[in-house]
Design a protein around this ligand. Structure first.
Ligand code: ZN
Length: 406
């Protein structure tokens, strides 16, 4: 079926230096794809072929591609109360909780989630149920289990512990066998581990190389939770395509990443959310550790910006969770602006840039004819003020309206 969205401003989010704005625009959606986009008068001949019920007045809204969050754990349970709960959860409880988290994100306009480490392949099971039509929900792009060293970052929360190049190779292949779309390692300590420093190196170069080779042989990209410049340098040389967090980068490492085209998913929120952590029962040592990392984390992000690294948006919180009087995904995008990115760049980091990171830029990430019709809308222009995203009130995926303003 064809439908026309009209009386809207379109932010095409096609990769580039200029925000693609179509004033008094219209979009023709045919089944699950975008058929045409342009100014309203340009699409008049197509409009003439449609019945009134196929035409939707968008009330002057700003329409853009659905948001793509590059760092999500659907089964996330922070150490604290949530963690205790998660330890007694069986597979079915976990599945329902994780699915609810995916659905909440979808409703908030996140039509695509890249999961970077979940227990018991819950992400892959939910993805399958959504893709075969059993459940409604966002698109998922999944890592399966995070692969870590014995006792490494994320142990006890469903990550797969192993050691040595052979162990890493096998663990990567196990994720691929389960259907993983990408591979995620943890190569340094992090905020949530009590007995580790963020700067501790965990995986060896040989382990990272073996993992990267196994991922690349299968045509998949590999990313890593990583804190220190030393470990990130080793990881990039060993073949990482992307770095998560990058708490403590330096100029040399950032230059190496730029030369290699390594992506950064900064997840700025995680080191500047004391209230959020307190409300979820995180222990004081963890809150202190997060805040202590905050300044270096922001400086690293700014170094990455000045080196023009490809940066993709990720929350490392549940996208639709309450955070600082809004939802985590909107707040993360606001932090990215506050840290020095233009609103245009931030919108791209959550659309075109994210699609490129997942190597699906031919299908998603911009309002372009031929791409899948995953669209969101809001009454005011997010380019003018990122806070306008908070008023988002329309979500479409595959040409089907999931949330509507009237
Ligand atoms: Zn994470």
């Amino acid at each position: 079926m064809r439908q026309l969205l009209e009386n809207c401003q379109v932010l095409t989010c096609e990769a580039g230096d200029e925000p693609g704005i179509i004033n008094d625009g219209a979009i023709v959606v045919n089944d699950n794809k975008i058929e045409a986009v342009g100014r309203r008068e340009e699409l008049a001949p197509l409009r003439a072929q449609l019945q009134p019920h196929q035409i939707r007045d968008m009330g002057g809204r700003w329409v853009m591609p659905g948001l793509m969050d590059m760092h999500v754990h659907l089964g996330l349970a922070l150490p604290g109360n949530g963690h205790l709960l998660a330890q007694v959860e069986d597979d079915m409880d976990l599945t329902m909780r994780a699915y609810r988290n995916a659905l909440n994100a979808f409703e908030a306009g996140v039509t695509f989630l890249r999961t970077v480490g979940d227990p018991r392949f819950v992400d892959l099971h939910i993805k399958r149920a959504i893709n075969n039509g059993t459940l409604k929900g966002p698109r998922l792009f999944c890592a399966g289990h995070m692969v870590i060293t014995t006792g490494g970052h994320g142990h006890g929360r469903g990550a797969q512990e192993t050691d040595g190049p052979e162990g890493f190779r096998q663990a990567v292949r196990e994720q691929l066998r389960a259907g993983a779309d990408l591979i995620k390692l943890a190569i340094t300590g992090g905020i949530a581990g009590e007995h580790e420093a963020i700067t501790d190196s965990q995986a060896t170069v040989a382990e990272m190389e073996a993992a990267a080779q196994a991922a690349h042989n299968a045509g998949k990209r590999i990313t890593a939770h990583a804190g220190s410049a030393t470990a990130i340098t080793q990881g990039v040389l060993a073949g990482l395509d992307c770095v998560e967090h990058g708490y403590f980068l330096d100029g040399w490492t950032v230059d190496l990443m730029a030369k290699n085209g390594t992506y950064l998913v900064p997840t700025l929120s995680v080191s500047r959310a004391p209230e959020y952590m307190r409300e979820r029962g995180c222990p004081q040592w963890m809150i202190d550790k997060a805040l202590k990392a905050g300044e270096g984390h922001m400086q690293s992000y700014q170094l990455a910006l000045s080196a023009n690294l490809p940066i993709a948006m990720g929350t490392d919180m549940l996208p639709a969770e309450d955070y600082d009087n809004t939802l985590a995904v909107y707040r993360e995008m606001e932090w990215m602006v506050e840290g020095g990115m233009s609103t245009h760049q931030v919108l791209l980091s959550a659309t075109a840039q994210a699609a490129a990171l997942c190597q699906i830029q031919d299908k998603l990430g911009s309002v372009t004819p031929g791409k899948l019709a995953d669209l969101i809308a809001m009454p005011e222009n997010p380019l003018e003020n990122m806070r306008n995203l908070r008023k988002l009130d329309f979500v479409m995926k595959d040409g089907e309206i999931y949330r509507n303003f009237n």
